[in-house]
Write a protein that binds this ligand. Structure first.
Ligand SMILES: CC(C)(COP(=O)(O)OP(=O)(O)OC[C@H]1O[C@@H](n2cnc3c(N)ncnc32)[C@H](O)[C@@H]1OP(=O)(O)O)[C@@H](O)C(=O)NCCC(=O)NCCS
Length: 150
């Protein structure tokens, strides 16, 4: 089983959008991905297993901090450690980009993602009360990359 994370260009905005649609009910379109990817500080990643696209992430690195803008594994491939592997690939890319810390935002109701992030070492640093449309809180989480290993 070959697992690979590839960096993609704006030309693959449609593939990112297609994966995003499988991961989220409120999904972003290819136009939105293309607009984001046209920013040189934004990096798109597609996670593959045996050459099949099974997950995606979008990272933005500014002034030594990388933010995960979106992140997901398609439903049929969840619960197999692939999310953890994609997160490790995100950290590796952030370190290569010179980031010293990584940030993300997650809904208080998203227990799978919260467990993934806390198990990886992310710590909650802030909360935005009733931030999402469903009134769940947005938890802002941070991972120090000074001790992260490639
Ligand atoms: C969150 C998500 C990326 C996890 O991907 P995954 O490939 O299933 O995760 P993994 O199999 O690598 O699991 C890693 C850890 O995540 C946690 N986790 C994953 N699925 C879980 C679930 N259904 N319930 C509770 N914890 C879960 C566990 O701590 C797990 O570690 P363990 O296997 O040692 O218990 C996936 O569920 C997903 O894409 N969800 C929809 C999109 C989303 O919510 N993205 C995050 C937005 S902030």
């Amino acid at each position: 089983m070959a697992i690979l994370t590839k960096a993609v260009s704006v030309d693959e905005a449609g593939q990112l959008a297609s994966l995003h649609q499988k991961c989220f009910t409120d999904s972003w379109g290819s136009k939105e991905f293309a607009e984001l990817m046209n920013n040189p500080v934004v990096l798109g990643l597609i996670h593959t297993q045996d050459k099949k696209d099974i997950g995606m992430a979008l990272l933005q690195t500014i002034a030594g901090e990388t933010e995960i803008l979106t992140f997901g594994i398609v439903p049929a491939y969840r619960g197999k450690g692939l999310g953890y592997g994609l997160l490790q690939a995100c950290v590796n890319r952030a370190v290569i980009c010179g980031a010293r810390a990584m940030f993300l935002e997650v809904s208080s109701d998203n227990h799978a993602a919260r467990n993934l992030y806390s198990g990886f070492g992310f710590q909650q640093v802030s909360v935005r009360k009733a931030y999402y449309a469903d009134r769940s809180d947005a938890l802002i989480c941070r991972l120090s990359l000074s001790s992260a290993s490639l």
